[in-house]
Design a protein around this ligand. Structure first.
Ligand code: ADP
Length: 478
């Protein structure tokens, strides 16, 4: 069953208050009963004491005198208090009228102490204090009684009031609870309404912060922080989509225009080959871009397809170095691999590590004019595998260094220098490194060269100096 928080709070509030009222009334009732009991006991005991004093005073003067005095005492008492006194030989010295018609036989009083009992005399309930006293060798049984009816009446009246008030108080508690819960939940209603109005096209809107410094304010602030993050992500995705479409349009228009021009009139075989070569090159560019986009999309979707295992990266470094040396040489550059002879085992995906190294070396080749140098180093330091790709290329200006790992970011020099690229390589590199619990950093001076340094934790390897001492020492900046 669906119950709103307001209803639930009201039910709880009313339930707790009703239980408290019940408890309170029960305690009052018990207290009242106790107090009545004490009062009637005291009253009957006092009466018994008064009778005892009369017996004490007048018994030496004979039973007739004693009986007279007892009658006078009885006449003096108001409020229906009564008594009876039975002498040693069982003669009734005095008995108020109701004692002649007890509903049940009254037990004999004890000698030691005053006893109490409640019984009916002449259809009225009485509390009787009773005792047998011995005076000058004579025994007197005393029963002194007070009617309990007035007290019972007071208790009944109190219970009637209880019964009338309890439902009224519970009803009041319900109404008060409902009103209080409504007040407490009002900001939640406002949050729900404002949140419902926020959509993908109004992501810059924020929820109004309640004035009170309470949990709802914290909730609103947290929701606003979440909206900040969602807005940033949506902006990034929108930007990414726009950049990706823009970058895909370029090779596609090259392909299209080249094909159109080639088809416009008959061409020589050489011209067709030239056009097809350009189309092939442009489609290779588009394929590369799509592959990069797919890699990043998978990375975003936590569906990276990385096949992690313990792998020795030294052979991968050697393979990549050999492969890139040829490319570097074709560009008039020298690539010098300075690789650790020791195995460097880490938990990773060999294909991803290879891709990471290819990205860094490809960039080094692209952004280093001939003649130039490129170094590929691998070493172990403080339990990490460290790879460095250093070049003597165009370098990266200070303000660009913090953005080059962003998607589609390309420094001015790269764009204006017409150096081919999509601005996705380093974003992929950075993702690969992060997926391997490592980090990547750049040190660069514009016009002098760049150094990219990657650290990835080794598995079960040295956490101090283990390789040749130079490798484990902190790296000097270039
Ligand atoms: P791109 O496809 O443009 O090379 P990357 O993400 O690999 O994309 O690199 C982003 C930008 O970082 C490049 O456009 C370039 O401006 C800069 N960059 C990367 N590597 C180097 C380097 N070795 N030397 C100078 N600039 C570099």
């Amino acid at each position: 069953m669906y119950l709103t928080i307001r209803t639930r709070l009201t039910l709880w509030y009313s339930g707790v208050l009703a239980a408290s009222f019940l408890g309170f009334f029960w305690i009052c009732d018990r207290g009242f009963q106790r107090s009545i009991e004490t009062t009637v006991n005291d009253a009957s005991r006092n009466n018994l004491e008064a009778v005892r004093r009369i017996i004490d005073k007048y018994s030496p003067e004979g039973p007739a005198r004693l009986a007279r005095e007892l009658r006078e005492l009885a006449d003096l008492w108001a409020n229906g208090a009564i008594f009876e006194v039975i002498g040693s030989d069982g003669t009734m010295l005095f008995a108020s009228e109701p004692f002649s018609s007890p509903q049940f036989p009254i037990p004999q009083p004890s000698r030691e102490k005053i006893g109490f009992l409640t019984t009916n005399l002449a259809n009225l309930q009485y509390r009787i204090a009773q005792q047998t006293i011995s005076l000058r060798g004579e025994n007197f049984e005393i029963n002194a009684a007070v009617p309990t009816e007035p007290f019972d009446q007071a208790l009944d009246n109190f219970r009637v009031i209880e019964k009338q008030f309890l439902p009224l108080l519970v009803l009041l508690a319900c109404l008060l609870g409902y009103w209080l819960a409504g007040r407490a939940m009002a900001p939640v209603g406002r949050i729900i309404r404002s949140a419902a109005e926020i959509g993908v096209y109004s992501l810059s809107r924020r929820l109004e912060i309640p004035r009170a410094h309470d949990e709802l304010r914290r909730l609103t602030e947290t929701l606003n922080e979440m909206l900040d993050r969602v807005e940033r992500s949506v902006n990034r995705i929108t930007q990414f989509t726009a950049d990706a479409s823009h970058d895909l349009r370029t090779p596609l228009s090259v392909i299209r225009s080249d094909a159109e021009i080639a088809l416009r009139k008959p061409r020589t075989a050489a011209e067709y080959r030239e056009s097809l070569a350009r189309i092939l090159h442009a489609s290779e560019g588009a394929t590369g871009l799509i592959e990069s986009l797919l890699t990043l999309a998978r990375a975003d979707g936590r569906n990276s397809n990385l096949k992690m295992r313990v792998v020795d990266v030294t052979p991968i470094l050697q393979k990549v170095a050999a492969q890139m040396s040829l490319l570097a040489a074709s560009q008039g550059l020298s690539l010098a691999p300075i690789l650790s002879d020791h195995p460097m085992r880490l938990h990773g995906d060999p294909d991803a590590i290879e891709k990471l190294l290819l990205i860094l070396l490809d960039n080094a080749v692209k952004y280093t004019p001939s003649p130039g140098f490129i170094w590929l180093r691998s070493l172990r330091a403080n339990g990490d595998a460290v790879f460095e790709v250093q070049d003597t290329g165009i370098g990266i200006a200070g303000q660009d260094q913090q953005h080059i790992f962003d998607r589609f970011y390309r420094a001015d020099q790269a764009r204006t220098g017409k150096i081919p690229g999509s601005g996705l390589g380093l974003a992929i590199a950075s993702w690969i490194v992060t997926s391997h619990q490592g980090n990547i950093e750049v040190q660069s001076v514009a016009g002098e060269g760049s150094l990219f340094r990657v650290r990835i934790p080794l598995v079960g390897e040295c956490h101090a100096l283990e390789d040749f001492s130079d490798s484990c020492a902190p790296l000097n900046s270039i």
